[in-house]
Write a protein that binds this ligand. Structure first.
Ligand SMILES: *Cc1c(COP(=O)(O)O)cnc(C)c1O
Length: 465
């Protein structure tokens, strides 16, 4: 008998209590935080879906690995274990550990970009875009058109528009030092990229003599979608699929805080010897010696174990299913979201849910505040606060106004998801009374992390405060 219920494929060995608060306490906390969920104290949050980055639970094997971490400054045993794990999965020749993904980006772009260069990507993640733009280069998003329509089904909605890629390369000779492809496409809804699309991007880039780099943060989740949805991969293991997809690329940046199943860490990997030398020099400047790269030996051990746990089939089945389950619950309640659900998160379509809030009053930001105040749930806006500000200081609406509910790995159970669905059902009833926000104070880059806001019309939910 094959039973249908997909269970959490682990049992809980250590628990961490979470704190209940009242609505009045949460309203006070969010006011103090300048109406910015990033500035809340985590203690004041009941269910924290701000990010799946570095928030996962480590396994007993990872903790055991940490105990045998080698803290030697250079040539530590833990580095060689880490290097072997990354190499088995990716096949890349040079592997540089970094303290997290953005450090890999900073080193790569600092070594490979010059002002005026163009980096095409299916969709740049915010730190990736910021690191490209910091080098005065252009971060160009070229997702397939389906990606911009939250309602449209596509099995690989994270795909890159390969015709556009070819056009960019043809029209800008010498200005594209590398092509990037982000798996899964985080800013585009956690949607997967197909093997055919990665292979296609690789062929086109190589025809123009340009290397392909993979932003590999969620490579294991992406491999699972390929196994489930792409013809010819049903009988391959996630590891084999990952190995194949990396074989089409010349390098990768990785945040081990995602599919590394670790609380910190990342890496930069590549095949090119000369570029690797340049990157190592930059790494020493900012991260540390290339055999630890800003990490402790025990972190390298945790990642070496975690990368393979992320590829475990039972884990991936449970992981993707739990996100899908929340999508099903939301559908019943009538909350619009990006369909199909992606790998690590559900993205609520705030533009559709709150059509009465104009983009310049940040509907998705407002919704994330209401989620916190009403239910103690912390989420993140991926909309015009995150992407609206242009490099020249002007504002324009983001492609979508989304609220991301990202799930930490192996942390929450089905009852947490059921609670969330109940809160969303309640919020649905408040919709006509929800109002937008305005920015009071903002930094020049990555403003969503530290900007301060206030309700644009006196209250977040009229007649409630
Ligand atoms: C998280 C993330 C990064 C950056 O990694 P950090 O570890 O947060 O610095 C880059 N790209 C994508 C797609 C990500 O999700």
């Amino acid at each position: 008998m094959e039973f249908q219920t997909i269970i959490e494929p682990f049992r809980i060995k250590t628990v961490e209590p979470i704190r209940r608060t009242t609505r009045a306490q949460r309203l006070e906390a969010i006011q103090e935080a300048g109406y910015n969920p990033f500035l809340l104290k985590a203690e004041d949050v009941l269910i924290d879906l701000l990010t799946d980055s570095g928030t996962g639970a480590m396994s007993s094997r990872q903790w055991a690995g940490m105990m045998v971490g080698d803290e030697s400054y250079a040539g530590a045993r833990s580095f060689y274990r880490f290097e072997a794990a990354v190499r088995e999965i990716t096949g890349f020749k040079h592997i540089l550990p970094t303290h997290q993904g953005r450090a890999a980006e900073r080193i790569l772009f600092g070594s490979a970009l010059k002002p005026g260069d163009i980096v095409p990507n299916n969709t740049h993640f915010d730190t990736t875009r910021a690191n490209v733009e910091y080098r005065k280069a252009i971060a160009l998003d070229i997702p397939i058109p389906e990606a911009r329509d939250p309602k449209r089904y596509h099995p690989f909605k994270g795909n890159m528009d390969l015709e556009k890629l070819e056009q960019v390369l043809r029209e800008n000779p010498g200005r594209v030092p590398l092509v990037m492809i982000t798996i899964t496409n985080n800013s585009g809804g956690g949607q997967p990229v197909s093997m055919a699309n990665i292979r296609g991007a690789s062929e086109i880039a190589h025809r123009y003599g340009v290397p392909l780099f993979i932003d590999a943060c969620r490579f294991a989740e992406n491999a699972w979608f390929i196994k489930m949805r792409e013809e010819g991969y049903a009988d391959k293991s996630p590891l084999e699929i990952a190995q194949e997809l990396f074989s089409y690329a010349d390098g990768a940046t990785m945040s081990a805080k995602k599919d590394g199943m670790a609380n910190i860490g990342g890496f930069l990997a590549m095949n090119d010897d000369a570029l690797a030398q340049k990157c190592r020099n930059m790494e020493i400047l900012g991260e540390g010696f290339p055999t630890y790269g800003g990490l402790a030996g025990y972190d390298l051990e945790a990642i070496a174990v975690g990368l393979f746990e992320a590829l475990n089939e039972d884990y991936l089945r449970y992981r993707i299913r739990s996100i899908e389950y929340l999508g099903e619950r939301m559908k019943k309640v009538g909350i619009p979201f990006v369909e199909p659900t992606g790998g690590h998160a559900v993205y609520i379509d705030a533009r559709e849910l709150l059509p009465h809030i104009p983009w310049y009053e940040y509907p998705a930001w407002a919704l994330s505040l209401v989620l916190y105040v009403e239910g103690g749930i912390r989420s993140v806006e991926i909309g015009s606060v995150m992407f609206g500000r242009q490099p020249d200081g002007t504002e324009k609406p983001a492609a979508m106004e989304l609220v991301r509910l990202a799930f930490p790995r192996r942390v929450y159970t089905q009852s947490h998801v059921d609670y969330l669905a109940e809160v969303l059902d309640y919020i649905k009833g408040l919709v006509p009374r929800i109002r937008g926000v305005r920015i009071v104070e903002e930094p020049p880059v990555l403003r969503h992390f530290t900007a301060r806001f206030e309700p644009a019309h006196g209250a977040l939910v009229v007649d409630k405060e």
